[in-house]
Ligand binder design. Structure first.
Ligand code: ATR
Length: 270
């Protein structure tokens, strides 16, 4: 057999940070395997999966835009991510050899929150798209209390809350953030080239945490405002590395060396 490998597929794909993350961990652990970025156009997705399923060296793939829904047709969705999150981002071979899928975004999002006691607490989420769905799925799993969901399209926000059976309210972006333990930006607002996200954080208690899934720039306007108020923050690289860590274990059967996150973050920002 040749060297085992995994990869990230998308269209476009050149911007992906996944090869740097998985490559760093493979080298750190001395695992003889590769992780690469592979451009797959939408029409080529069926042929891609057919070829990889027949390749014994292939351990699986991360799946990014625009394949996160279409890829469901080529894998066994044993965790029912189609109804839970509506999308997958990882395919790998299960112990029985079947090609199965998961969505590591929710676990990657939740990982940095492990130290926070959020059960039953009020939280605020901005965004009701694909990322917002993964965030709400994770927060439902944590068992948070009422959710204030800000979204430009308020009806979409309300529909998302009710699809998870969560208590709370949907509001337009711009209203003041109510008191609560956590605020999460799950939109692209604040990302380089996108409009900024202006939120009034004055009602938050001093022990609230502000979490932005945007990582370019790393310090978004939201995180800068939170820091200026003395609040704890979690940035988008934490989630990016967290979701990759869950996938890495599935591909290569080893836990990544998370004690070296500081070094990895420098590489990703360099
Ligand atoms: P993703 O998978 O990254 O979540 P998406 O499914 O397209 O992408 O969702 C984008 C999210 O960002 C949505 O919450 C969207 O608001 P709408 O549901 O009202 O469309 C939000 N968003 C994107 N651009 C925005 C903008 N310029 N102003 C306000 N919200 C924006």
């Amino acid at each position: 057999m040749a060297r085992p490998y995994a990869e990230v597929i998308g269209d476009p794909i050149a911007h992906s940070k996944s090869p740097k993350i998985h490559g760093f961990w493979l080298e750190a652990l001395g695992i003889e395997a590769d992780y690469r970025a592979t451009h797959v156009a939408p029409h080529a997705l069926p042929a891609y999966f057919a070829a990889r399923k027949a390749d014994p060296d292939w351990r699986g793939c991360n799946i990014t835009v625009p394949h996160k829904i279409a890829a469901l047709e080529h894998v066994e969705d044993r965790e029912d991510m189609r109804s839970a999150i509506g999308a997958i981002n990882t395919a790998f071979r299960d112990a029985d050899g079947a090609l199965v899928s998961t969505n590591t975004d929710a676990a990657g999002f939740a990982a940095p929150l492990k130290a926070c006691d959020l059960a039953g607490k009020s939280v605020t989420v901005i965004g009701a798209g694909g990322a917002g769905r993964a965030v709400l799925y994770a927060l439902a799993g944590i068992g948070v209390g009422p959710v204030t969901l800000f979204n430009r399209n308020v009806d979409k926000g309300a529909a998302l809350l009710s699809s998870f059976g969560m208590k709370g309210q949907a509001l337009p972006i711009g209203e003041a953030v109510p008191p609560g333990a956590l605020v999460v930006n799950a939109t692209s607002l604040g990302m380089t080239g996108q409009p900024p996200l202006h939120l009034d954080l004055s009602a938050l208690p001093d022990d609230a945490v502000v979490y932005d899934i945007v990582y370019a720039p790393l310090e978004t306007g939201l995180l800068a405002a939170a820091r200026a108020r003395g609040l704890a923050t979690i940035d988008g690289l934490d989630m990016l590395i967290g979701q990759a860590a869950v996938a890495f274990e599935r591909f290569f059967g080893a836990a990544p060396p998370r004690e070296r996150d500081a070094e990895l973050r420098k590489i990703l920002l360099g």
